[in-house]
Design a protein around this ligand. Structure first.
Ligand SMILES: *Cc1c(COP(=O)(O)O)cnc(C)c1O
Length: 242
């Protein structure tokens, strides 16, 4: 009872400190340096004031899963706090590609070839105005989620496509593991991504430094398996009101 009460009243600042400690511990356990793992605070369904509190606690990287919601929050925030970065982690529709391209520092959720062409063309047009746009390819590892490339062949084809566009900076892979308490199933999903990454690195060297995997319920396992970017919502901002 006491523990529950403590968690539900923990501030965003305290929650970030706690998550950072857990990241550090998981790194120590797996013989990695804490600097290898970046924390992306997933602020979807939480307002600007929550983002501002996280920013005051030193958090600079945020994740959002909808273009419109992210734009409402971050277009203004990025003007007053230019060191904020925001990544798109949710599915992207073609008609929102342009808005997404100009707002997000990285689009992690590239899940189909058509999207690569769409963004690649935008990158060509907008190239004079902004730096190359980072993208990650999403790998499908969970039954519950339909999105993502399903195997090494599909990822290879997508990588080949992405590398044609000079305005796109292909930077790695992203996945959402199955939502389960079965640690073995989760580990198997993360290992599939690591092995795809190794295969891709051999074939297209230098484009795979980022492995975005691990959420509130499984980030410690993800770190043990090699994640370099974890995406934490609930453990920082609390339950979402949806
Ligand atoms: C919502 C979301 C997260 C964060 O999930 P939590 O369980 O709240 O930490 C991470 N990644 C993606 C793709 C999401 O949609």
């Amino acid at each position: 009872m006491l523990v529950c009460y403590y968690i539900s009243t923990m501030s965003i600042t305290e929650a970030i400190l706690r998550v950072r400690e857990q990241i550090e511990d998981a790194c120590v356990r797996s013989g990695r340096s804490g600097e290898e793992v970046r924390l992306c605070a997933v602020s979807k369904f939480h307002g600007v004031s929550a983002v501002e509190e996280a920013y005051s606690a030193g958090q600079r990287l945020f994740g959002e899963n909808r273009v419109q919601e992210a734009s409402g929050k971050f277009a203004g925030l990025k003007k007053t706090r230019p060191d904020i970065q925001v990544h798109l982690i949710g599915g992207l529709q073609r008609n929102k590609a342009k808005a997404a391209f100009s707002l997000f520092d990285c689009i992690q959720s590239i899940d189909r070839d058509a999207l690569i062409d769409e963004l690649g063309k935008l990158a060509g047009v907008e190239r004079a105005k902004c730096a190359r746009r980072a993208i990650l390819l999403e790998m499908h590892t969970a039954e519950a989620s339909k999105s993502g490339f399903s195997d090494a062949d599909a990822l290879c084809r997508a990588a080949e496509k992405a590398l044609v566009y000079p305005g796109l900076a292909l930077s790695g892979l992203m996945t959402m593991a199955p939502f389960t308490n079965d640690e073995k199933v989760i580990r198997r999903a993360f290992r599939a991504v690591v092995s795809a990454r190794n295969m891709l690195e051999a074939r297209f060297p230098g484009h795979w430094h980022c492995l975005s995997m691990g959420m509130s319920n499984d980030f410690e396992i993800a770190i043990e398996e090699g994640a370099t970017l974890i995406r934490i919502g609930t453990a920082i901002f609390g339950e979402r009101n949806v």
